[in-house]
Design a protein around this ligand. Structure first.
Ligand SMILES: Cc1cc2nc3c(=O)[nH]c(=O)nc-3n(C[C@H](O)[C@H](O)[C@H](O)COP(=O)(O)OP(=O)(O)OC[C@H]3O[C@@H](n4cnc5c(N)ncnc54)[C@H](O)[C@@H]3O)c2cc1C
Length: 303
């Protein structure tokens, strides 16, 4: 119930205007967001790199309302990739196609994506495509698929909760894509997604085992101990090296686990969001952990 309310609130432009301006939320925002500027994101990247952890930088912002915004976001990503290429060459960037304009003009959006992939090929910084709400899911997968022949290193997020995911994965039998397996963070209806948390975890674990056996260099985007342990045990049983897959976690979430995995020799990548459009991202993080809600409400209304 609380989770649903928070996910609904994540899409409210009105609440974004009110809460986004409140300075009281700053401490909470800074737990999950590296800063508003590229310089701050690069500083967070350096700190994580010093601990043996790679990053994927995410420029906050989604569902643009005009194509100029999507061009601006693309240009900002180009700057980000150039900044990473010099100081942190094992980094990636994570892009949301709604930010690149998929809801306005899919052709323009794919053009932006291609531009980023071309810059990535020159600079050595790979691109990961986030998976958003099911209203743009199929187009996102199509856009990703269209770029695979020229940019096979691109990674796409796959949501375990979505009922169509096994079918989507089978549709890639000709090309084995690099994926980031996640549970799924969006509010979906029961016909489209598994909603029971235990069932989502079981499906995640099933797909994680399948990905380890069938896909190149899979990434496991999770903070769930049971999923992390399942991945570690399955890889060990199959004789897969700790360097042939990676764990991915969000900035500010389970930092000790991130560092422990890296110290144990696993590849770890932290998803580092930056920028001023933090509101929907933060609301989804609250929805994942309603225990944070009181903290959030206190920060909005003040103590
Ligand atoms: C690197 C990365 C990229 C992602 N990309 C996408 C994407 O493209 N599309 C998409 O739909 N979703 C994405 N997600 C979000 C994902 O779908 C889940 O919503 C999120 O990871 C929570 O699921 P979990 O596997 O961590 O398990 P959960 O069962 O939700 O959490 C396990 C434990 O992790 C901790 N935890 C989890 N979330 C939080 C939080 N917000 N604050 C504090 N502690 C927390 C808690 O201790 C919790 O008990 C991404 C997640 C990660 C890690």
């Amino acid at each position: 119930m609380i989770k649903k309310a928070l996910l609904l609130a994540a899409d409210s432009k009105r609440l974004e205007r009110i809460i986004g301006r409140s300075r009281l939320t700053k401490p909470l925002v800074s737990r999950y967001v590296a800063g508003t500027t590229l310089d701050e994101a690069v500083a967070a990247t350096r700190e994580l790199n010093a601990k043996g952890i790679d990053v994927s930088l995410d420029l906050l912002g989604e569902t643009v309302s005009d194509l100029r915004e999507s061009a601006d976001a693309t240009a900002a990503y180009v700057d980000t990739m150039h900044a990473l290429a010099t100081g942190s060459p094992d980094s990636t960037v994570s892009v949301k196609l709604s930010q690149l304009g998929i809801g306005l003009d899919p052709v323009v959006c794919v053009g932006h994506l291609k531009q980023l992939l071309d810059v990535g090929a020159e600079s050595g910084i790979s691109v990961e495509v986030d998976m958003e709400h099911s209203s743009v899911g199929p187009q996102t997968l199509e856009a990703f698929r269209s770029q695979l022949p020229s940019h096979p290193n691109t990674r796409v997020a796959i949501q375990a909760a979505m009922r169509r995911t096994p079918e989507d994965l089978c549709s890639f039998s000709d090309v084995k894509p690099r994926i980031r397996l996640v549970k799924g963070a969006f509010l979906e209806t029961i016909d489209k997604a598994i909603v029971d948390p235990a069932e989502v975890t079981a499906q995640y674990q099933h797909l994680a085992g399948w990905a380890l056996q069938n896909l190149p260099d899979p990434a496991f985007g999770t903070h769930d101990d049971s999923c992390v342990e399942l991945v570690k045990a399955t890889a060990a049983r199959l004789g897969i090296s700790k360097r042939d897959f990676e764990f991915q976690m969000l900035y500010g979430v389970r930092r000790e686990l991130q560092e422990q995995l890296a110290a144990d020799g696993y590849r770890v990548r932290v998803y580092v969001p930056f920028g001023s459009r933090w509101y929907p991202y933060l609301m989804r993080r609250m929805a994942e952990r309603p225990a944070n809600l009181m903290l959030f409400l206190r920060s909005v209304v003040g103590d």
